[in-house]
Write a protein that binds this ligand. Structure first.
Ligand code: UDP
Length: 334
């Protein structure tokens, strides 16, 4: 297996997806340093085998010192803000935490000669896709500041990779859900807004109902359709992307990370009812700002490019792992 002559820095490694990437990297034998400001992440979510630097991605001095001290040779950049409706009401937060902070981090990477960069991008870069499933070459016309903040970072990476000795992989995530099957980590975000997290919170009594945001979309049952991918499969895709970047240092990649099939909000809630054997209360509500009707990945490129295959493409399994983590959080008093 390709090995890196140094550590992988995982920004946002105390957060949901980042903490799973940390587990996948450690399990694959990489050395890891997490950089996280702990604003939304938790230090207890960082596996003790990884080093933890509590600092902001935009703090050039701290970041550059950490890159040097830890001999970092690759960065996986997860840190950022992720709530679509919040990006609509507070766009400058997204251009600061996602676009400007990424610019600073990329500059630090170039200055310290870090050769590989993996970026958490998003299907929100497509906006309302002209066709579904949507492929990487399709137009990117974000319909919310979150998607735009990530698309701007993709553009910076493209330009920087052309000018400096750095290659990158931008993974455009579809809807990430579930938790580590061994319940070592999961989604712990306080005040979560993502559907499966909300539904398992309702199933464990943390909230009394789930709102359905829009029943008048142009979809088979009128509710939003999304491509839900298990967080551990997504983490594994990052490890595969890193191996590819190391093996072919002159090439960069932009890849959809999804399973290529969609479920509606109602189908997701049915799965949660099935798994819990309990009927969650549903409340019909209006559409949420910035939500497209349907987002499903054309995942041919990632399947062709990476040494990676989905292993947990099963909605009930995703819900089961999310639920197990939610119960563990409750036991932990969180
Ligand atoms: N959604 C919903 N109720 C909720 C949260 C989400 O109906 O409490 C819907 C949302 O409108 C979208 C889908 O579930 O159609 C997935 O939304 P989520 O916030 O999980 O992810 P997004 O696709 O916005 O990144």
């Amino acid at each position: 297996m390709t090995r890196l002559q140094g550590k992988v820095m995982v920004t946002g490694g105390a957060g949901y997806i980042g903490s799973h990437a940390v587990l996948a990297l450690l399990d694959a034998g990489y050395d890891v340093v997490v950089l996280d400001n702990l604003v939304t992440g938790f230090d207890w979510a960082v596996d003790p085998r990884a080093a933890l630097v509590v600092a902001d991605v935009a703090d050039d001095a701290r970041v550059r010192a950490a890159l040097r001290e830890h001999g970092v040779r690759a960065i996986m950049h997860f840190a950022g803000s992720v709530v679509v409706p919040e990006s609509v009401s507070d766009p400058l937060k997204y251009y600061r935490n996602n676009t400007a902070a990424s610019r600073a981090l990329i500059e630090s990477a170039v200055a310290e000669g870090v050769p590989h960069f993996i970026f958490s991008s998003t299907a929100a870069t497509y906006g309302t896709p002209a066709k579904v499933p949507v492929a990487e070459g399709d137009p990117t016309v974000p319909i919310n500041p979150y998607g735009m903040s990530k698309l701007m970072t993709e553009a910076m990476l493209r330009d920087v990779a052309a000018a400096h000795p750095l290659n990158y992989a931008a993974l455009r995530y579809f809807n990430v859900a579930g938790a580590d099957p061994q319940a070592r980590s999961g989604q712990s975000t306080v005040g979560a807004t993502h559907l499966i997290k909300i539904a398992v919170e309702a199933a464990t009594g943390k909230r009394d109902a789930v709102g359905i945001y829009g029943t008048d979309f142009d979809t088979p049952d009128g509710t939003g359709v999304r491509d839900y991918i298990h967080v551990s499969d997504l983490a594994a895709a990052h490890v595969a992307a890193l191996a590819l970047l190391i093996g072919e240092p002159t090439r960069s990649h932009t890849l959809n990370a999804g399973y290529g099939r969609g479920f509606s909000v109602l189908e997701v809630l049915d799965a949660v009812d099935r798994v819990t054997n309990h009927v969650i209360e549903r409340r019909l509500e209006g559409r949420r700002a910035g939500d497209p009707a349907e987002l499903v990945a054309d995942n041919a490129a990632i399947l062709r490019t990476l040494d990676w295959r989905p292993e947990r493409d099963d909605l009930d399994g995703i819900v089961r792992d999310a639920l197990a983590w939610e119960r563990k959080l409750a036991e932990m008093g969180r």
